[in-house]
Structure formats: structure tokens, C-alpha cells
Design a protein around this ligand. Structure first.
Ligand SMILES: Nc1ncnc2c1ncn2[C@@H]1O[C@H](COP(=O)(O)OP(=O)(O)O)[C@@H](O)[C@H]1O
Ligand SMILES: [Mg+2]
Length: 352
């Protein structure tokens, strides 16, 4: 894709954002990050980690206790939501049930006193964008959940915001619809060429849709990066565990390029942790190779095997630790097997 200056400059900067509610609970702790123009950025984290609160601060529905929200470099902390060039799609679509689809989409334009001809054109354009051409006279309750969600998106983008905030917008849809809508939302974002800040607790959804993911936990950003970076180079055990099923072990970094766990020294690619330092080691299930017992760096016994279509998921007990292993080769329950780890697949993390 062609990189232009427009696409890479930050549109929103969050500077030292903290939020404490009246009950004294500190929900956001010194958040610092920026969102680039035209970026699809996802806030990903477990329920209760502060995603919605952060989104509401960006949208202007909530004020930060300290810190600044900059829009193109200017502090907008005191601007009410309707004065921001930002719009929001909530999980509950909040469509007006007594209005038609067309009236719902036109609502914001009508308030702005846009002339009827322009309104009609824009409504038609929006319906085309969300693949619901010809639906303007339908009633809201006659639509499926997925269709309602698309109308909510059409209503939010008709005012041409520069940034669209989406708070778990697919949360109410069943799995199959979700998958379809994920692709569609991504297409809509690319067609519109606007910035999306998307909230989800679903790591697969985040990995599929985002240009950039900010992983949050307990009010802090744990790591920001591309989906590939976050998946392959998680910065700490929380990110590793949240992003994918992982084996996380306590280990000792003996020196640069050498780490020890379960009584075995492994060559790795990491440096700079110091000597004889306690660390966490993360190893993805798909990075473990199952071999004959005598050829393994670690030896273990297969405790369970589940066929998953593309691969087998096995639990292998070794040194009182149960490893999750994903492999296209199957070893039966009870089999004694060896496991081989390559240096690149041993991820060392500071003990957190
Ligand atoms: N208005 C409020 N007053 C007090 N606590 C709140 C308020 N809004 C949210 N919280 C608390 O802040 C925490 C984070 O909530 P939220 O931002 O909704 O998380 P998420 O969207 O990641 O699930 C939760 O513990 C929630 O109970
Ligand atoms: Mg939420």
C-alpha cells in the first residue's frame, strides 16, 4: 500500500490520561498513545480493564481526571461530544424504533438543517456503503441484528466524522454473523478512509481487523503494535497469554543467549536480561515439535488429544508442567514423546 504523509501522522494523541471515579477506584493509569490518520486501531483487553472508559474520554462523554486528549495537536478535553470531529457506534445500537431506516440515518443531517435533496442523496449513499441499498423505507424492527448494526454504522458515518469510535459493535451478533461483519466493517473503513478506534475483548477479532492493537490490562496499555508484532513478540506474560494460548514458565536467564528451565539449558536469541536472573518464558503451542522420546530436549507423556481440523491439540505432561502442543502429527494418549524447541520460538520476558 502507498504510504502518504496523510496516513501516518497522528490524528489523536493521548497524553498521560488517568481516570479515577468518585468511588476512588483508579480505572485508567497514565495512558500514553497516539492514533494515526486512517488507522484501524483496536483497544483489546479483558472485561473491566477500562476500554469503554478510554473510548468515552476520546468521544467526550467522560472527562479524564488528568492528562490531555489532543486532536491534530489541540487539546479537546473541554469540547462536548457534538463539537468533536468524532462519532460513536455503541454496542447497543440505540436506533430509533419508531422511525424508518432512512429517517434514522438522516437524523443528524436533519438537526443540522441540511436540505432534503442532499439528505436523500446521502442516505442513499450510506445505504449503498453498508450493502442495504433500497432499505430506506423499512422499519427498524423488521431488520435482523446484523442489518440494524449496519444502519447504526451508516447513521454514525453520514456526518462524515474523521474518527469513528466503535465499542464492541459486534458483541450482540452470533459467531457467524460476526465473522461476516468483521470483513464488512474493515471494507467500510477502507472505503471511507477514516480513522477507526475499535474496542473488543476478542483477540481473534482484533488480530483479524486491526492495523494496530493496543493491549490493555487493569487500566494500563501493556503493548502497542501490529497484530503480527503483538502475536510474535509479546512484551510480557499477560499479553502472551491474552493474545493466544501459550505455555508460560518460570525460568532463569543464565546469560545472554542461554536460558534454563525444567533442568535443561536452552539456546535462545535474547540478550540484555543480565546473568542468573529470574524471567518468564513463553512458548506457543504451535512452535513445539513432537519427536521420538530419545530425540527430545524435554520428555513427557501425552495426557489428551483433541482433533481440531487443521491440527491436533495435545496436552503433554513433563516435569510436573502440562504443555499445550498444537501439531499436525498425532501421538496417542499415554505415549512417551520428546519435545524440541528452536531458539527463535523461546520468548523471554521480564518477570512481571
Ligand atoms: N461511572 C463509573 N463510576 C464508577 N466506576 C466505573 C464507572 N464506569 C466504569 N467504572 C468501572 O471502571 C472499570 C472499567 O470499566 P470499563 O471502562 O467499562 O471497562 P471495559 O470496557 O474494558 O470492560 C470497571 O471496573 C467499571 O466498574
Ligand atoms: Mg466496555
Amino acid at each position: 500500500m502507498k504510504e502518504t504523509k496523510q496516513q501516518t501522522e497522528p490524528i489523536i494523541n493521548l497524553v498521560n490520561i488517568s481516570k479515577t471515579f468518585d468511588d476512588g477506584a483508579q480505572i485508567l493509569k497514565d495512558i500514553n498513545m497516539y492514533i494515526r490518520r486512517n488507522e484501524f486501531l483496536t483497544l483489546l483487553g479483558p472485561s473491566g480493564c477500562g476500554k469503554t472508559t478510554l473510548l468515552r474520554i476520546i468521544g467526550g462523554f467522560e472527562e479524564a481526571s488528568s492528562g490531555e486528549v489532543l486532536f491534530e495537536g489541540s487539546n479537546i478535553a473541554k469540547l462536548p461530544p457534538y463539537k468533536r470531529r468524532i462519532n460513536t457506534v455503541f454496542q447497543k445500537y440505540a436506533l430509533f424504533p419508531h422511525m424508518t431506516v432512512g429517517e434514522n440515518i438522516a437524523f443528524g443531517l436533519q438537526i443540522k438543517k441540511v436540505d432534503q435533496k442532499t439528505i436523500d442523496e446521502k442516505v442513499a449513499q450510506m445505504l449503498e456503503l453498508v450493502n442495504l441499498k433500497g432499505f430506506q423505507d423499512r422499519r427498524i424492527e423488521s431488520l435482523s441484528g446484523g442489518q440494524q448494526q449496519r444502519i447504526a454504522i451508516a447513521r454514525a458515518v453520514v456526518n462524515e466524522p474523521e474518527v469513528l469510535l466503535l465499542d464492541e459493535p459486534l458483541g450482540a451478533l452470533d459467531l457467524k454473523l460476526r465473522k461476516g461483519m468483521q470483513m464488512e466493517l474493515k471494507k467500510i473503513q477502507q472505503k471511507l478512509g477514516i480513522t477507526f478506534i475499535y474496542v473488543t475483548h476478542d483477540q481473534e477479532e482484533a488480530l483479524t481487523m486491526s492495523d494496530t492493537i493496543a493491549v490493555m490490562n487493569e487500566g494500563r496499555v501493556q503493548q502497542i503494535g501490529t497484530p503480527v508484532d503483538i502475536y510474535n513478540e509479546p512484551k510480557n506474560a499477560f499479553v502472551a497469554d491474552f493474545i493466544g494460548e501459550s505455555n508460560i514458565l518460570q525460568a532463569t536467564m543464565i546469560k545472554d543467549y542461554l536460558v534454563s528451565f525444567h533442568g535443561v539449558d536452552f539456546v535462545c536469541v535474547d540478550t540484555g536480561f543480565g546473568e542468573n536472573v529470574a524471567v518468564d518464558v513463553v512458548i506457543r503451542p504451535e512452535d513445539i515439535r513432537i519427536v521420538k522420546e530419545e530425540e527430545g530436549m524435554l520428555k513427557g507423556t501425552v495426557e489428551s488429544v483433541t482433533f481440531k481440523g487443521v491440527h491436533y491439540e495435545m496436552m503433554v505432561k513433563s516435569n510436573n508442567y502440562t504443555w499445550a502442543v498444537h501439531s499436525t502429527a498425532m501421538a496417542p494418549v499415554g505415549a512417551k514423546v520428546g519435545m524440541v524447541l528452536t531458539p527463535e520460538d523461546i520468548h523471554i520476558m521480564k518477570r512481571g
